[in-house]
Design a protein around this ligand. Structure first.
Ligand code: NOJ
Length: 838
């Protein structure tokens, strides 16, 4: 709204009796006028709460005005404020050097003079990041390769698949086709490794680098496989990411260079499907350049693909695993050729030195088969083209399940029993809500409690290793939180929460540059922005601080996670491992400081400065008391929009933080990471039941040990280490006894199921539940292809003769079992089938 006086430039002001008179130009003011002067006061100039100057911390600037009812308009872009500028409502976070200019406008007043102040922000250098030995001590940076950096222009428009490239992508995205290739490649990532290294990136997760379809599959707008999930050949590197001959050269160069910089490489691997059935190359599948099949010609006795409709019901275990995901040709992983092909492709990547995998659509892939995939990776010992970083491969799968979703309990059971860690979608939905749309911290807190401690009302155990869950708040499938409403401060608060939270954090590329595009509400493909720069920002600085703490303090990598104080806008949580304690306090309220009383901590008595050096507006605290684990923090006021971190680094007890892999066979190499192991070798014991055996030690350092798994019976095990007189915690482990073979167990003639009944499977070996008849102990709930039948792939020890039996489980825990026990001998290789009738 324009102030009445503002536009009247032909009026001029004169000062009369201490007030401002505004008169028509040329009228009055001269001697002899008889018209009494009209007086209109000037609104008071706004006052800024922080003086202009140079600061070593982020600032929050409040603006006030002493004129009653005045509206304050302000700018931060160097332009003079007008009534069209932003109206002031809450303190302005100042993270980088900024000039604030403010104007007060009040009815009956002339607009105020403009108040202006420049804040020069010189943040202190972040602490150095100590080298780490295990991914839990660092974080993963997720890259959509095509959108990161064009390091090799010769592959932009390759002759094998011309016309899929848009040169506007990185330079003029507003005019670009977001579904075409933009030129980013493996060489581009290699060229930007020092940028990643300076932020403390410990691993990169790259979009699938394998060969994608070579034609445009779009009808109107045009869609390509730029983001990597439309595979045609799992044995070759795509010509857009590597070279025209689909060699592994660019891939190998990236792995070598990344490892030299201490950065691990995790490859996204879509084992569920290949490419669109109804467009492009119509589900064509190649084996190192040789056509194997296409969806329409896949009519043999043992099809490579499932031929079912698209998944419509994500609560139906059969649909989820056997139907088609988004029209992508759905591989039958229990076709013996497909089984061997996918496992060969995975071990190929291992031979090329990758440090692990992100398994795409783990939820829609055959769950039982994935146990054998984990087994293949855990026990792989083939010749290497180049070495991995120290440690066994870390694997994680995509399973998008909120805690209220029907198959959430299945996802927990799958992760615990298969050894495949999961992307923590359950937490993701709450992080996006809290930091993206200003939701309540109680939502985060409730999910963490459910995931880490389990539930009594649904058949869900806790995740046995919450520190192995892979946490994130942005990714390539959902709008970035900045498109959901987060501003830069909210992104930095989300980064702070994530990097100090339990789990292995993933930062989505570009968040540190505040990339976002709100077209289509920021959804696909507008969340796959082209990187616009690689400069230092206040977010890269924050990440360095957080990465340095993750690397240095084992409480963050391996410790417990405990909520200490909460309301909708404030979350204070503690990580603890031995005498290492990290207490994190976030206040996301835009304007209200929060008085904190009744806060207790495991920090020892003393004064603690803010580890972030007040770069996030935080403060120091004082701890008193004498009760270990429950010392009072002296009452204090937590500033709005701030993050504070208080740290105590003590001696670490021998404490195992992770065992990778968590499931393996005798003779496999296992990496044990944690703290306080001691410089000289002690003993590592594996225990199954009452039987304990020491493992052969291959390597021993204070934070990491590599052992060979001893020969023990199959089943739930623990791993513990002894150093002198001290013994560590007993970390969970699962013993397999042999290579796991996927077997399709099926039964026909099943009884009619009541609404809450499920069919389960049990049998004589650990992998079949050892005869258990509970939801958590037995195998299942199994899939129901059609009324009267049941089917479940279970990966069981090669060569074993097993007894098995299907049963109906009622919701009260009672069962109705088949009358017969079946006997089956598992083949020594390939895939098995055990079909019986009820
Ligand atoms: C999940 C991936 O994250 C997504 O980007 C992809 O489109 C589907 N899986 C299908 O592969």
């Amino acid at each position: 709204m324009m102030n009445a006086w503002q536009g009247l430039t032909r009026f001029k002001s004169v000062v009369l009796m201490g007030a401002v008179a505004v008169l028509p130009a040329g009228c009055g003011g001269g001697g002899g006028s008889t018209t009494p002067p009209v007086t209109t006061p000037v609104a008071a100039a706004p006052a800024l709460s922080v003086s202009a100057g140079t600061y070593a911390a982020l600032q929050s600037v409040a603006i006030t005005d002493s004129t009653g009812g005045a509206t304050i308009y302000y700018t931060t872009n160097g332009k003079a404020p007008t009534t069209s500028s932003a109206a002031y409502t809450a303190p302005i976070p100042v993270a980088t050097t900024t000039t604030i200019e403010a104007l007060a406008v009040a009815s009956g007043y002339t607009n105020s003079n403009v108040t202006s102040a420049t804040y020069t922000i010189n943040l202190p250098a972040a602490p150095a990041i100590t080298p780490i030995t295990d991914i839990h001590q660092g974080f993963i940076y997720q890259i959509v390769t095509d959108r990161f950096f064009d390091g090799d222009t010769t592959n932009d428009n390759p002759s094998e698949s011309p016309g899929l490239y848009d040169p506007n992508g990185f330079t003029n995205p507003a005019n670009a086709d977001w579904n075409l290739y933009w030129g980013g490649d493996l060489s581009g990532i290699e060229q930007k490794l020092s940028y990643l290294q300076s932020m403390g990136v410990a691993g990169i997760w790259i979009s699938p680098p394998m060969n994608n379809i070579r034609v445009n599959a779009g009808t109107s707008n045009g869609e390509t496989g730029y983001y990597g999930y439309w595979t045609r050949d799992f044995m070759q590197i795509d010509e857009h990411f590597g070279d025209d001959s689909n060699t592994w050269t660019a891939f190998d160069n990236l792995v070598t260079a990344a490892h030299a910089d201490g950065i691990r490489v995790y490859v996204d691997f879509p084992a569920n499907d290949t490419n669109p059935i109804d467009a492009g190359e119509n589900g064509s599948l190649y084996n190192d350049g040789t056509l194997v099949t296409a969806y329409a010609t896949d009519t043999g006795l043992t099809p490579y693909y499932h031929h079912n409709p698209n998944i419509t019901n994500y609560e139906d275990r059969y649909q989820v695993q056997y139907y088609t995901l988004e029209s992508l040709a759905d591989l039958d992983q229990t076709n013996p050729w497909v089984d061997s092909y996918l496992k060969t492709a995975v071990t190929n990547f291992l031979a090329h030195g990758v440090d692990g995998f992100r398994f795409d659509a783990a939820q829609e892939t055959n769950w039982g088969w994935e146990y054998s995939l984990e087994n293949t990776i855990a026990n792989w010992n083939g010749p290497s083209i180049q070495a991995r970083m120290p440690g066994q491969p870390f694997i994680f799968g995509e399973w998008d399940e909120g805690s209220g979703d029907a198959l959430y309990p299945d996802s927990v059971k799958f992760s615990n029993n298969s050894g495949m860690n999961l992307l923590d979608y359950t937490l993701y939905w709450q992080l996006a809500d809290v930091f993206g749309t200003d939701g309540s911290f109680y939502d985060i807190d409730n999910e963490l409690t459910l995931e880490d401690t389990g539930s009594t009302t649904i058949p869900a155990q806790a995740f046995t290793q919450p520190n192995d869950l892979v946490t994130f708040f942005d990714n390539h499938d959902n709008p970035r939180i900045m498109s959901q409403g987060a501003d830069r401060m909210a992104v930095k608060q989300a980064l702070s929460f994530l990097l100090m939270c339990r789990g292995v954090p993933v930062v989505y590329y570009g968040d540190e540059q505040y990339l976002y595009n709100d077209t289509n509400s920021g959804g696909v493909p507008y969340n796959r922005n082209g990187m616009t720069g690689f400069s230092s920002t206040d977010a890269t600085l924050l990440i360095q601080y957080l990465a340095a703490l993750r690397a240095a303090n084992p409480a963050v990598a391996y410790g417990t996670m405990m909520q200490r104080w909460i309301n909708n806008d404030v979350y204070i949580y503690e990580r603890q491992q031995g005498a290492n304690v990290v207490l994190v306090a976030i206040n996301k309220n835009p304007s209200t400081d929060q008085a904190i009383s009744g806060l207790f901590t495991d920090l020892a008595p003393g004064s603690y400065t803010d580890y972030l050096a007040q770069t996030m507006g935080g403060l120091g605290v004082t701890v008193t008391g004498t009760v270990r684990g429950n010392n009072p923090v002296t009452n204090f006021t937590l500033p709005h929009r701030s993050v504070s971190i208080w740290v105590s680094a003590g001696s670490a007890l021998p404490s195992i933080g992770s065992v990778t892999p968590r499931i393996a066979n005798p003779g496999a190499s296992v990496t044990i990471s944690g703290a306080g192991f001691g410089a000289t070798a002690g003993t590592v014991n594996f225990t199954v039941g009452t039987m304990t055996l020491p493992a052969t030690l291959n390597n021993w350092s204070n934070g990491q040990i590599t052992v060979t798994v001893p020969t023990l019976a199959a089943g739930a095990a623990t791993v513990a280490l002894t150093q002198g007189t001290a013994t560590s915690n007993a970390a969970p482990f699962t013993m397999n006894t042999a290579t796991l073979i996927p077997v399709n167990f099926s039964v026909s003639g099943t009884p009619t199921l009541g609404r809450t009944d499920v069919i389960m499977l049990t049998g004589s070996v650990a992998k079949l539940g050892n005869g258990a008849t509970t939801w958590n102990g037995a195998i299942g709930p199994v899939t129901i292809p059609a009324a009267g039948s049941a089917l479940q792939t279970v990966s069981v020890p090669a060569g074993a003769t097993v007894q098995f039996q299907f049963f109906m489980l009622h919701s009260d825990g009672s069962i109705a079992a088949e009358s017969t026990q079946h006997t089956y001998t598992v083949p020594s290789s390939g895939v098995g089938t055990a079909a019986v009738s009820w």
